[in-house]
Each structure stands twice: as structure tokens, then as C-alpha cells.
Design a protein around this ligand. Sequence first.
Ligand SMILES: [Mn+2]
Length: 408
Amino acid sequence: MADAHLGYEQYHQPFRAEDFARSFRSAVETAVKENVDFVLMCGDVFHKSNPNPKTIKQAIDILTILKRENVPVFAVEGNHDKTIKDLSIYDLLESLGLLFKLGLRRRFRKNEFLKSKPLGELNLVYADFDGLKIFGDTHRSSHHFRLLMEDRYLPDCDVLALHLSVKEVVDFEVKDDYVTVADLPKARYYALGHIHIPISKKIGDSWFVYPGCPERYDAREYSKRIEYFESLKVFEGCRKGFFVVNGFKPRFVEVESRELVLANVFAKDQREAVEKVREIQDLLSPESILVLKVFGENVNIEDLRSIVERRVKSLRISFEKVQRERKIEIKKLNEVFDEFELGLLEYLKRCDFESLMDVVVGYVEREFGIGEFKTLTEFEGGKSEEVKVEEKPTKPKGKRTLLDFLGG
Ligand SMILES: [Mn+2]
């Protein structure tokens, strides 16, 4: 399991923190029914490293279910719940006998499940479960991780638990920090956290597995996506849950999470927006979270809000002004900028401000006439109107040149 994110009040909604606790509880209860020998938590049990008392109680209550069943929990800290202070919330849970923390630690640990390997002033604490060696460590930056791996601080092992992005495993483009398979020690099973959608991939003889967050952490993890441009289209989203592993082979087990619907609607006017949103309503349940994005030219989202708000548990609505027909494809600079603008860009590149000023002044003289600086004349279909310069000058309509951006 990974990324329970207890205490996360998504969209500033306290009920969401309850949802995250419910999904985690459901994962734990399902694991007990599946008769697992132990649970491995791959980071971000908590959304914050300093959870409030209510969140701590949720964690204690849920982990107690496993303790009562004599199912040990091994855990590594994630980027959300690690701390540079002496003790983390994981240490508190460990003191209560609710989990065993793996990784580099100051204190030597040895008990029923844990062993320690001294490394300089620190100890690498790992688990030995009936001869199965489970190593792991707290989330670290890839830089720090590679630095530590120069000394092979994590040895080859059976199971390796880490909280980071592994480039070859994550098929979408990883924007944040990542390591590659070559940076890792050899293991038969890589239990990973940090990526919130479930991924399991076999590379060579090893499994690389991200269980993901058991609840829908953000709108990219939608349960359903609706696209309503020309016609109404519905796409299924990702499933939520954890993996039960047997003989190193992972099997995904789904856990129920709250429905989060992402809807993108294009409407050229208010009437179309209202019609389309009413149609979408039939696809929602009163328990859904709806993230509605309206694209169009002239739409009042407050009206839409009042229509749809009562039909869902929670609504996020936003509007983006777009002109549907306009598709901008930039091929070459000279297709976008005119000769003057290209010249301007050249001078900007060279930081040749004197020549730049010559170009600008020359342009202004040509386009507006230097003598008419007292008044600006607005051209539009032959109609001309004088505007005093002391007042804010009206921009020539439909003329968006680079000069406009430069304050012209
Ligand atoms: Mn996370």
C-alpha cells in the first residue's frame, strides 16, 4: 500500500479527510480478509508531517485493526510525512507498536522483525520476515539518493520499499525528481510510493509496483471524465486500491473511493452551457465530486453553479475564455510576427538597446505619425474618433502586435 494521505482536506473540504481515512480503512480491512502476512506502507501515510490529533487518531484506529490480527506493518516515510526533526509521526506509531519504520536511523533497532546494519554513525534498519529481507528508506531527493548509493547503502535484497519516481516504470512524463532503474540496488520486488495511480510493471525478473493513493488525490485521478464539445463523451478513469503479492507476483485489489467526475464542456453561449450541464447532471450521483471546466466565449458560471450545485456533494467550477474555431499552430516565427517584430526580436536577443530604440521610434513614426502624439486616433472601418492622450489611450481594436505588449 502507499500514499494514504490521511488528513488531506482536498479542495479545503473537511469531508475529504474522512474519505481518505475511509479508503485507507477499507484497504486495511480488505488486506485482513485476504489473509496477508504483513503490510508494507510505501510512504505518505499522512498528508502532512505534523498531522492534527483527529488524523493521528484515524491512523491509530486503522493500524490497530492490523495489530489485532497480528499483521505487522513495515513502513517508509514519504515526502509528505517525513521530517528533519528527531522524531516523526512514524516514530510515534512505532512506539505504540503499530508499525516498524525502515531506513537510515540514528538508533540501532533489533526486535521480532527488525534488524540493523551499522553504516557510519547511522543504522540501516530493515525487516526480516521469515527470512524475507525487506529493505527500504525514507523519501530522498534523487541527488541525495544517488550520492548515498555510491556507497551501495541499500544492498541487493528481496523487497525494496522506496518513495520516489522510477523513470522507466512511470509511463507518463515525470516532471518532478526521479531515479532510473540503474540507480537502484537489485530486488525481486520494488514496492513504491509517490505516484498516485496504480502501476505494476515487470522489468527483467523484477516487479516494480506503485499501488497509488486509495482515494482520488486530484482531478487527474478522476473516476469518470466527461468531454462535451460537439457530442457527449464519457471515459473511465483509474481504479483505486492496493496490491496483494503472492510469490512476488502482484495482484491489484480495488478499494471503493468517492466518485470524482472531471467534466470539460465547451459552450459558445449561456444557453448552450445550461443545456449541456443539465445533460451531464444525469451522469452524476449526489455523492459525486464534480470538477467542471467550462470553455467558451460568454458564459456566466455563477448561473451554472446554482443549477448543478444541489445535484452533487461538492462542485469545483471554472471558466476559461476560448474561441473554439481559432486553432493556433505556430510553425515559423515569420508566420506569426511581421518584419518589424522580427527585427525587434533580433535586437532584444542582442541587447542592443540603442538600435532597438531606433527601430521602435521609426516604427511609431511610420504607424502613428510623430506629430500626432497629442492625440491618438482609433481606426475601425473608416470611423475615426479622437481620444485625449491625458486619458487612458484606447488601443486600436483587433491590432495585437508585439508593440502592444511592450506598452505601445
Ligand atoms: Mn503521495
